[in-house]
Design a binder for this molecule. Structure first.
Ligand code: AMP
Length: 277
């Protein structure tokens, strides 16, 4: 991959990169289209497909994570992707088994709350793999989804702090007809559970409405979200937070332009969503 990337750069081509864990859907493809714009005429769009073990906790769904490589490659080809990068565990974590993989990248502020609080080793895995993928693909720009807002901000911070010469682009969340954010994890939902996944987008909508009427105290909105989520059978609120969209600092008073993120378990499936209010 590095040899290829260097040769593309020598030919004066721009490389735009979309990192994914595969099981691609319209959300991923929208990032590919954004990458195509960034790569410019004749430029190169690279998609990586890698289910990164270090961002899953031992208790999480690594082995169950949905995979369909033939379909992913078909969708990539159809979307005009130039190269799919499919690294192996052995090439990403060489020496793992013998204890010779011991270097990680840690972003130590934005990673702490929300997803980081619920999944303590998650962002260490994300920043480590994204840094490694960046060094392999050597892109000029990399496109991330607003669906994982905190992740995008953490990656942006890492890029700034470590002087990666890469422009980080955040593209909007793509949603199903009922408003539910597209996600590979929606596949885990049973037919009875799937309609309950609207709990997240409904919570976002109700907070938007509340804020449209004026500023609101965060604890009050949190209580309303808790109530909303509890109305769906087998749905359980993991967290809801209101915060500044860039610093991710929680706000006590929620107003227009504040950002909201939440995680909800529907049965055994943990879903996240977020948006600007
Ligand atoms: P994943 O395969 O879940 O790791 O996601 C790979 C990239 O796709 C990340 O940058 C995600 O934020 C992005 N993504 C996932 N779902 C969506 C969506 N519904 N809309 C836009 N981007 C998404």
């Amino acid at each position: 991959m590095q040899r290829r990337a260097r040769s593309w750069h020598r030919d004066g081509l721009r490389i735009a990169f979309v990192p994914t864990m595969g099981y691609l859907h319209e959300g991923h493809i929208s990032l590919v289209h954004e990458a195509r714009k960034r790569a410019g005429p004749g430029g190169i769009v690279v998609v990586s497909i890698y289910v990164n073990p270090t961002q899953f906790a031992p208790t999480e769904d690594l082995s169950l994570y949905p995979r369909d490589l033939p379909r992913d490659l078909f969708l990539c080809r159809e979307a005009g992707v130039d190269a799919a990068f499919l690294p192996s565990d052995a090439s990403m974590y060489p020496g793992e088994e013998t204890g010779q993989f011991s270097t990680y990248v840690v972003e130590d502020r934005l990673s702490r709350g929300m997803e980081g609080a619920s999944r303590p080793t998650h962002f260490r895995g994300v920043t480590t793999i994204v840094a490694k993928l960046f060094l392999c693909v050597q892109p000029d720009s990399a496109v991330f989804g607003a669906k994982d807002w905190q992740q995008a901000q953490v990656v942006r911070r890492m890029v700034q702090n470590l002087n990666f010469p890469i422009q980080v682009v955040v593209a909007p969340t793509r949603r199903d007809v009922d408003g539910v954010a597209l996600s590979s994890r929606n596949k885990y939902l049973s037919p009875e559970e799937r309609p309950r996944a609207v709990a997240l987008v409904r919570s976002l909508d109700l907070c938007r409405k509340a804020v449209r009427r004026g500023v609101v105290a965060a604890p009050l909105l949190k209580a309303r979200v808790r109530k909303e989520v509890s109305q769906y059978p087998s749905a359980r609120l993991d967290y809801v937070e209101f915060f500044d969209p860039e610093s991710l600092k929680p706000v006590r008073t929620v107003r227009r332009g504040s950002h909201m993120a939440l995680a909800v378990r529907v049965g055994a499936t943990r879903l996240i969503d977020n948006g600007r209010l």
